[in-house]
Design a protein around this ligand. Structure first.
Ligand SMILES: Cc1ncc(COP(=O)(O)O)c(C=O)c1O
Length: 358
């Protein structure tokens, strides 16, 4: 280990989470979502560990190309499809499957004269109002694409939920109803569920599920732990104490002097800051785990460092490791302190953080 801060990726936990998802959505095929560098875990690392997935989902063309360059041979689905003819050509070359959500994409596909056929996933907007065709437009879209897609089994239909993480929300019921009404007559394979859908809306499992967050061992539901869903955290973000010192009662620590020591204290400085992905919005009092115990952040997160009150942990010294999140400190909990979601913390890990694979 040469770098001070590292994200350790537990590939056994990744595989266990995929197995858990397969048990919950029994008999369904799985698009493992590895966009945004595998939610910060390393897309290639994740795809290699999850070679039992039926397909991989990425947002952008270049994310798919990275996987192919690393030798990933499984189907890869571009969740935003393509925008230009050049992208369509590249998608054909790399054998990517495409989400089609926009009339301009229909036109690109109809003008396509290459030898390759595409597997296409028509996206319905059932209420998210972000991407997709409205239900009333779908018949025409299926007809146009039905003429392009051979065999017909390569034409699928999908939607995305806006509120699936709210178990009591009526929105998901409404989205499922709209989706079912459109697809009933067509006999196409379906896909509706992200992680929250998989665990919260079993009636909507369809033929394919699309887990992201849950693969990484994170709960999609506020107030429900990953452990309670049978998921194990995959990433441990750990760093190193680079200094310790004493501050007298009444002295302040860090930018803006926002923390004043309420007693004579001992502070450890950790190599972790917003340039590593530790959000500056993480407030004083947020925990880290050091020598197996929780200790609070004091003062502001700076670019490269944070300060921790270790007055009650006399064994902490330069070189001691500290867990910023992981098995003993759920990333969901840290995200809640920062006023955000685990998604943002995981995706926000920067290049400076060393990745290690277990
Ligand atoms: C279309 C689509 N499907 C599936 C997912 C995976 O979602 P989650 O990480 O909540 O499981 C995403 C992620 O945003 C997505 O955009």
């Amino acid at each position: 280990m040469t770098r001070l801060i590292r994200a350790t990726i537990d590939t056994a936990a990744l595989r266990a989470n995929l197995a858990r998802i397969r048990a919950v959505a029994a008999g369904r095929r799985v698009v493992a979502v590895v966009k945004a560098n595998g939610y910060g875990h390393g897309a290639v690392t994740v795809a290699r560990a999850l070679d039992a997935a039926d397909a991989f989902g990425v947002a952008r063309l270049e994310e798919g190309i990275e996987l192919r360059a690393a030798g990933v041979a499984r189907p890869i689905l571009l969740l935003e499809g393509v925008v230009t003819r050049e992208q369509l050509q590249a998608a054909a070359y790399h054998r990517f499957e495409l989400v089609v959500h926009e009339p301009s994409q229909l036109a690109l596909l109809e003008a396509w004269r290459g030898p390759q056929q595409f597997a296409l996933w028509v996206k319905l907007d059932t209420g998210m109002h972000r991407l997709g065709f409205r239900p009333e437009e779908c018949q025409a879209v299926f007809t146009r694409l039905g003429e392009l897609v051979v065999p017909a089994s390569q034409l699928r239909v999908m939607t995305h939920f806006a509120c699936a993480d709210e178990r009591a929300s009526p929105v998901t019921h409404e989205q499922i109803t709209r989706f079912d009404a459109v697809v009933a007559a067509h006999g196409l394979e379906t896909s509706l569920c992200n992680s929250a859908g998989i665990f919260g809306w079993p009636a909507a499992h369809g033929n394919w599920v699309r887990p992201g967050l849950s693969l990484y061992g994170v709960s999609p539901f506020a107030g429900e732990s990953a452990a309670s869903l049978g998921l194990a955290p995959v990433m441990t973000l750990a760093t190193t104490v680079i200094a310790t010192h004493r501050v007298a009662r009444g002295e302040c620590v860090g930018y803006g002097h926002v923390w004043r020591a309420p007693r004579d204290s001992r502070v450890a400085i950790l190599a972790a800051g917003y340039a590593d992905g530790v959000l500056r919005s993480l407030p004083g009092g947020s925990p880290v785990v050091i020598l197996g115990r929780r200790a609070p952040l004091v003062g502001r997160v700076s670019m490269d460092m944070i300060a921790i009150d270790v007055t009650d942990l006399p064994d902490v010294e330069v070189g001691t490791s500290a867990e910023l999140w992981g098995p003993t400190l759920p990333v969901e909990e840290v995200a809640a302190h920062a006023g955000t979601l685990a998604y943002e913390l995981l995706c926000g890990i920067t290049q400076r953080v060393e990745r290690q694979t277990l």
